[in-house]
Design a protein around this ligand. Sequence first.
Ligand SMILES: Cc1ncc(COP(=O)(O)O)c(C=O)c1O
Length: 363
Amino acid sequence: MTNPRPRPSILDMVPYQAGQSAVDGIAHTIKLSANESPLGPSPKAREAFIQAAEQLSLYPDGGSQVLREAIAARYGLDVNRIVCGNGSDDLLSLLGHAYLDQGSEAIYSKYGFLFYKLVAQANGALPVPVPETEFKADVEAILEAVSSKTRIVFLANPNNPTGTYLTIQEVKKLRENLRPDILLVIDAAYAEYVRRSDYTPGIDLVSASENVVMTRTFSKIYGLASLRLGWCYCPMPVAEALNRIRGPFNVNSAAQAAGVAAMTNMAYEEKAVAHNEQWRAWLFDEITGLGLKVARSVANVLLIHFDQDGRKTAPEADRFLQSKGLILRRLEVYRLPHCLRMTIGLEDANRAVVAALSEFMGK
Ligand SMILES: Cc1ncc(COP(=O)(O)O)c(C=O)c1O
């Protein structure tokens, strides 16, 4: 008799490592390691959350109906093709669960969001990382990596941790050249931040095809990461598959209520975008001005490159920043050990990082 054993690929998984959130011996730290909103949620979302406390003994609406209607109204979508999840990572897991199986393959770009690899492994599929060009997903390389076993292509657009994006033309080219039975999952977690005329999150592509899904989150611009709330827009058969396998009450009432309030508070969202635009541009100029390479980001993150060896490496910079209570994201798990990822913060935090980096670089 043997003990119960999970699927072998589960034993190969390295559990997801979140960004560091505290520094030993330093009481007041500034966390810029998890791409959270420095502005927090809108006051209306906070109020809706507090109101939800009145109904804690009741199960939530398992279909997240009001929330899905708010999302549908905001973007002009078919409400039946929206599925909500306990964070968008819930939806990514469900997509993997529904469309991957033992021996199949899931493609993602080399520096794409870490979770895609875990989704593949959790379902017995082979994760297939594809080289990028200048820290940007490469459509040709993805197409070359397709095999008869490919079932899903995961594309974070814009991507975390690089902040780079593919234009709608590039995404369309990718879709047009993939086999129809391959599901293209466009993870648009940072879509609300992007202000580029050649970018779209992918709604039109989902509407016009049977094999594209777009996932979104309330964890970033809406400042609701702790509530765990995401949604996706799918072809009808995909929505039906997800609704069969998701937890019957996978989104709690407080998250649903706060989500509706957040999504309908456009003024607050605009404020968050404007803050991000202003400080991302400032940080980019200041940090590149110190002689450090920074990827061209359209999201709320900056990928900062340091020397591969010597005294100006990313681990040394990280130690120095942490001594001042500034926590950025180390990227060894992304195989970018010479980089740090910084989330755009409040003015004081941004200025503190630049001052510390300037000291570190001896400027
Ligand atoms: C690209 C990307 N997708 C999805 C997620 C997961 O977000 P959620 O909090 O909705 O699970 C993240 C979180 O960092 C992310 O960077």
